[in-house]
Structure formats: C-alpha cells, structure tokens
Design a protein around this ligand. Sequence first.
Ligand code: S3P
Ligand code: PEP
Length: 450
Amino acid sequence: MSHSAPSLTYLTQPSEARLKGALRVPGDKSISHRSIMLGALAEGETHITGFLEGEDSLNTLRCFRAMGVAITDPADGVVRVKGVGLHGLKAPEKPLYVGNSGTSMRLMAGILAGQAFDTVLEGDASLSRRPMKRVIDPLTRMGAVIESAEGGRSPLTIRGGQKLKAIDYLLPMASAQVKSCVLLAGLYAEGRTCATEPAPTRDHTERMLNGFGYPVERHGATACVTGGGALQGRAIDVPADISSAAFFMVAASIAHEADIMLEHVGMNPTRTGVIDILKAMGADITVHNPREVGGEPVADIQVRHARLRGIAIPEDLVPLAIDEFPVLFVAAACAEGQTVLTGAEELRVKESDRIAVMADGLQKLGVEATATPDGMVIVGRGAERDVFGEAEIWSQGDHRIAMAFSVAGLRARGQIRIHDCQFVETSFPGFADLFTRCGGGLSVEAGAAS
Ligand SMILES: O=C(O)C1=C[C@@H](OP(=O)(O)O)[C@@H](O)[C@H](O)C1
Ligand SMILES: C=C(OP(=O)(O)O)C(=O)O
C-alpha cells in the first residue's frame, strides 16, 4: 500500500446469487515475491509472466529497484528483472518500505543480512505490530547485526559488512517465511546452512532456488544450502494464487446455486490444505487437467454448490491452509454441525489477529463462534437459508478478513458493511469486480469511515 491509501468500504447485497463462469484469479503472491528477489540476485535476465500486481509484491519490486536492480514496470503480469548477481545490490538511499507484507520483510531481512551496506526495513501500522524476533534470532546466530524497535518489532536496521556463518536451525514454529529467511541468508554464509521445520510449510523458496540453478538439499524436514554459489536468471510462469482462489471455492460452496471453474491455479502440495479441508466438509470440488508449469503443479478447479458439514480440522493441514482460515471460518458457519480448529495460534500474528477479528465479526453476524487460544469453535447454521444477519465489520487492515466477509454476504439476510477494504489491493487487485462479475454482488464506497 502507499503510505496512506484512501479507505474503502464494501457493501454486500443480500442476494439470491448464482455464481457461474470460468475465472482466473491473480498470480500467486508467494511466488511473485520470490521471482523478484531471486531474479534480482541471479546472473542474467529473469522473465516473469503472471506476476501479481498487488501492493505486497509491488513493494518487493520497488525495494529491489531502490537497490539498483533494473526491473520493468509490470504490464499484464509480465516483468523483466535484470539480475545483478548475489553481490551486485547497491545501498538504497532511503529506508526500504514493504507496506503490509510480512513475506517481504522477513525474506528480505535474510538477503540484507548478507550485504556490504546498511539498510532499514519498515512497513505499515499492521506490519509494525508483527513479530520479527523470529527472524532476528536465527540471523543473529549467523552473525548478522540487527536493531529493532521494542519487542523485536520493525523498523529493522540491518548492519552490513558482517561475515555470516552457517547454522543448523530448528524452527520454533511452522513458518515458510522464517525458513526462507534462513536459507536466503545461507546463500551468503560460509558453509552449509540448514533449516528444520516442525511441520511442512510452503516450499516455493526451495523449489525456486533449485530452478535458478542453486541446489537445495532436502533431508526429511530439513532443507540446506551451501553458501558461495550463484543463481542463473530464468523464465517464471506464476500460477494463479490458490489463496485467492479459496474465496471463490468457499463462495461457490455456500451460494444457493453455483458452478464455477478456477483456471490455472497453483496446486503445490504445501498449499492445497484448503481443498482437503473443504472436501472433508463435503464440498463438491473437481480437479481438472493437472499439469506442471515451471516446477510448480497447476490445475483447473471446478466448484459447485454443496451442503457442508462441520468437522474437526486435522492439525497437520493447518500450515498447508494457513492463509485460508478467515474464509474457511465462513464456510464453517454455513456448515451443519460444529467445526473445531486447533493448533493455529499463528493466525494471531498475521495482518490482524485473525482468530479474534473473525470471531468478533461472526458473532456480530449472529453466529456462535468462540475464539480459543489456538483456534476457534464454530456452530454451523447450514440448515438455515440465511446464515448471517446484518452488521458493520472492521477488517482491521487485513485483506483476507475483508474478502472473507464479502463471501459471507452470499448467505446474509441483510447487508454486511465491511470497512478498511483498501487492503484487499495487497493480494487481490480487482477482487470486488471479479466477485461481482461471476455473480457475487458487491459494491464499493470510497472514503467511508475506517
Ligand atoms: O512464505 C510465504 O510466502 C508466506 C508464508 C506464510 O507466513 P508464515 O511463514 O508466517 O506462516 C503465509 O502466511 C504468508 O502469506 C506467505
Ligand atoms: C499472512 C499473509 O501475508 P504476509 O505474511 O506476507 O503479510 C497473507 O497474505 O495472508
């Protein structure tokens, strides 16, 4: 987000929505960030198609430009990055601003720890509340020097010119951002750096490093890189983001009538937990034409309306669906019976506390939703035609909360007014239009109270 984007409010239409059509949601955010970062650090050119032109990945792009990397303006998802090599970045003139994006800050901290110059990384109000100690700790063990605001929060000042040493790091939480940060710093360290995760998390960094010709060894839960190699520029086709497609998967499942096709969706097995969870709830989801594009599995996904039932969500699926819980809570409210989520305390440190903010919004809409320290218990009202009432919701600077309550509008008796929706631009530009075009019915009011 630019430093002060005007506030937006979404208004859902109490509707008899029929969702239909084929649609392609924007590019994968995790892969888009990494395509700029690895493209910048590579030798030669990286040609990206399907790039997410959302504020989070655009902020990553701007940061690397500020460090002297020539990157074309994205046009219809096409971006060219002229790599400068692992040691070719230049000192930026100003602090690097990453907006709302935890991925940018945590992955870039790993890269910047290995540079010869100092940098300051800063973000918006939401990001300034999120924990950065989780990356400061392993980087400090590697020899990095990082100053932070109180409590390990950003802004982070990263002192350049340190000689990094390899470490074996056992992650205290399942986090792809922390794993990636350690591996990226490992590119600059002497020796072999390993990150061991307590549960599988998205593996785009490992896949993409291999794709750029930088070998990542994998032994069970451990991924290792040896410093001192080089990356080679390449072509990257970014698939549609399964985390964005998830809003439409739930929308089609809960709408009174629906049959939609989500095209070219990334199906990396470390990301498909949302499909497993929805299928366990009884969703009607068919995967068509599975294929592999540039090292990532991709498919078209058909979703039709179905009667959902509540489940106990298996904890091993939590990291594989970590960004999808706001909208999965909406699905749970529309199911018959109780849904119980446990083992998801990480949701409390995302763009908002997604457990507290979702429980609060669902309660306002008349759903029995009880927040627990590590999850939620939701009593589904799927037997009723209108699951949700009418309410005013604050999305608390969190794009996924804003979109989740937009989807809830499909089963609401009245109107849901959702404030602070400008943050949807971080991950899903054009969401309101696409949702409306396939039958969702959402209008946007500018400049409303936030
Ligand atoms: O590595 C990534 O691209 C991401 C990892 C996840 O965060 P954590 O590593 O904090 O779980 C996820 O929530 C975020 O949207 C993107
Ligand atoms: C948690 C998210 O992103 P980030 O951590 O990059 O801000 C998200 O997109 O849901």
